[in-house]
Design a protein around this ligand. Structure first.
Ligand SMILES: Nc1nc2c(ncn2[C@@H]2O[C@H](COP(=O)(O)OP(=O)(O)OP(=O)(O)O)[C@@H](O)[C@H]2O)c(=O)[nH]1
Ligand SMILES: [Mg+2]
Length: 276
């Protein structure tokens, strides 16, 4: 397997590639077309990333799933970002494809698992079994096909049914290069309204020219990383609390045990002494 294509190689690299090093909070495509209004990493995240505490040492991974109609351009989008290639010949995805992309966010290694699912109905059963546990849901449509846009709500419902958390949701229109400006503005209007209804952040990209692709993935990584560290801090906070209680309970128990053992030894000693 080529080094650049190996997921494990990417995850274990010392440093992420320069364009995957995120030190400022990535911007949305349009500030008026996103439900994620924060302008910077959370304070708790910045503090955690600048300290050397062991909390930051673990391997951080978030899962992103890509869904949408047949041939809307999911695979091309993923391949443009992961391998800097574009193939104009359509090859249907069979079931699901998997990639991992390594980022350094605020100098902390972060991996984004990318699950590129098949849009064909006959693979739905296989593909949908990979929806679970998603931190990022990317619903993809073709900007030149309003039909594909009209199916996005349905795709989102299916993805949400398989997930219990609160994933970040993206609505991404592809093939921007095929649109005239006037046609694009019209479709963009529909898509922005739908994105608002879906609670999603809207993006328009072109995998052929690469327009917007890197920005989109960095934005996903930035948001996913921020939530992942916040979650980790919350869990660690709870663990510490629970742990501290346990530790104090354990101390009490040990102390009682010590007293018991002490008296036990005394009894046993006396009893032992009495045997002969
Ligand atoms: N011009 C142009 N063509 C694109 C773009 N993205 C994808 N295509 C073309 O659209 C067709 C379908 O692309 P895929 O990425 O394979 O579509 P998919 O959504 O993965 O399809 P399934 O795997 O069947 O669900 C291919 O012929 C691509 O070359 C784009 O940004 N611009
Ligand atoms: Mg595909």
């Amino acid at each position: 397997m080529l080094e650049s294509r190996s997921a494990v190689y990417k995850m274990l690299k010392d440093k992420a590639h320069k364009d995957r090093q995120i030190n400022t909070f990535p911007r949305p495509y349009r500030h008026d077309a996103t439900p994620y209004k924060q302008l910077d990493f959370s304070r708790i995240v910045k503090e955690a990333c600048s300290s050397d505490r062991p909390l930051m040492a673990g391997l951080k991974i978030s899962k992103a799933i890509f869904l949408g109609d047949v041939a809307v351009g999911k695979t091309c989008l993923v391949n443009r970002f992961c391998h800097q290639v574009f193939d104009s010949n359509y090859k249907a995805t069979i079931g699901v494809d998997f990639e991992v992309e390594r980022f350094d966010v605020l100098q902390v290694p972060f991996n984004l698992q990318i699950w590129d699912t098949a849009g064909q109905e006959r693979f739905k059963c296989i593909a949908s079994s990979y929806y679970r546990g998603a931190h990022v849901i990317v619903i993809v449509f073709d900007l030149t096909s309003l039909m594909s846009l009209s199916h996005c709500q349905q795709w989102l419902e299916e993805a949400l049914n398989a997930n219990s958390g609160s994933p970040h949701i993206f609505l991404v229109g592809t093939k921007r290069d095929l649109m005239t400006r006037t046609a694009f503005l019209e479709v963009e209007g529909h898509a922005v309204r739908l994105a608002e209804h879906m609670g999603a952040e809207f993006w328009a990209v072109s995998s052929r020219t690469g327009d917007g692709v890197s920005e989109l993935f960095c934005r996903m990584a930035g948001l996913a990383f921020d939530s992942s560290v916040c979650r980790e801090k919350e869990t660690a906070g709870n663990t510490v609390t629970v742990g501290s209680n346990l530790v104090s309970k354990l101390k009490l128990t040990l102390h009682s045990a010590y007293l018991l053992v002490k008296s036990g030894i005394h009894v046993v000693t006396s009893w032992t002494k009495r045997i002969p």
